[in-house]
Write a protein that binds this ligand. Sequence first.
Ligand code: ADP
Ligand code: MG
Length: 513
Amino acid sequence: MTEETEQTEERLFKDLGLSPQIQQAIDEIGFEKPSPIQAEAIPELLAGHDVIGQAQTGTGKTAAFGLPMLQYLDPSNDEVQAIVLTPTRELCIQVTQALRSYAEHLDIEIVAVFGGAPIRSQQAQLRSGAHVVVATVGRMKDLISRRSLVLTAARFVVLDEADEMLDLGFIEDVERILRMCPSGRQTALFSATMPPPIKRLADTFMYDPVTISITPKTLTVDAIEQAYVEVPGKAKVDKLVDVVKAEDPEQAILFCRTKIGATRLERDLKNRGLDVKALHGDLSQGVRDGVMLAFKNHRCRLLVATDIAARGLDVDHVTHVINYDIPNSSETYVHRIGRTGRAGRTGRAITFVTPDQMRDLEQIKSDVKASIAEWEKPEDRIEHARPPRRKRRGEKPAPLDDQPAVLVEEVEDVDEVVEVPLTEEPEAAIPETPDGAVKLFINRGSRSDITEEDLRWALKEGAVLEDGQVADVRVLERFSFVEVDGDVAERTVEFLDGSRLKGSAIRVEIARS
Ligand code: ADP
Ligand code: MG
């Protein structure tokens, strides 16, 4: 059965049959109403059905499987009752953090296991009890073979971003893991696209699944202004520089088709003086984490990415998606441009096409049923009703997806443990000084060789503050205080807390008198 996305009536979370504890967590997080995939999938999963959920990135799939999964669990049973398989470590961490926030009022232990971190500490976490294990495929296999993880009680199984697991070559391992789970299990499979091998997997391993597909028609594509730039291959880089300068994006993702292409573009843009980082599969996990963190924290404006590397990552506030290489399918097009225009904000998507790719563009246009006009410089566009000026960085995001970014500690060494922190409680009222500045406490001072200059540098480079936003910096022996403008205080904490300064990790918090 394929549900059409046209919804006759709007459903609310409280109509979906979720428990009061879960409802409370949703209210606190600030989700007002379920997204279409949530409204469709949650009741089916609560009713015990297998579900195939197809919806583009950013449509809320984590809660679609996560909420019914949490409700299914029995806190008094210490076995691993549910597993979530994810393709990458970033997604594993992201899903874990989301699930923990949904489980805020439940007595449920959620453990993340992923590669690139010591297996020992993950084994220890499993030993001390896990109701849910969120895992990358490889690490789960490893833990099973070391007998640190048994799946005989895992009756709720989620395959998240299944198409990406396919792309990364994990499907056979996924099948092996599925065979170790009880046959009477409930299986949920979520994917942005449904290539034939994923359909086959579903046919083999799922029991009479309900298919819910949220078709591109209901995507937020409406909120995305789309344009194309026709340019010969050789002139692409220069044209890109022109477009970036003219558009002045707050943050943009530049998509390339291949890893080599991404590496080359990063280099070409750097050579032309642009601040850019690249994210692709050839980089070590530690480097990828660092790039993601820099981008999320707005320490880098332009991210060059391949489809696989950028998939599934929940990056907010991207104002522009630029398809430097035209995507190889309309599905990928929708997927890519869905990274902007989230939660009712407007975004822009600009697609580069060489003359012989114009036919591919026509195909995308007709599939997506969107108008994709030729790109014009923003100043030439003024008569065409420009959207209101976008939010500047550091401003509060719209409340709907006001979830803290994943706080992955910056790791220089891949073997360091990455902790998945719990979502923090929202801050209580912040004490302001009479002139509207906020005092921040930093746990290092002159004993750690920190000077006023170092702190000013960190505020500028790390938290992207202007000189005028820093009122005062005072370094004492064992700690320091800085005063910054009230409206950038939270961001300063977010950006600097946990970072390193002169070799020491620093804690930054709002000073409570
Ligand atoms: P997907 O897995 O489909 O890519 P996610 O589950 O990562 O999507 O969710 C994308 C973003 O949307 C997250 O920031 C999440 O907190 C937010 N979100 C999810 N559900 C809702 C909702 N019902 N209302 C508002 N925001 C939501
Ligand atoms: Mg997801």
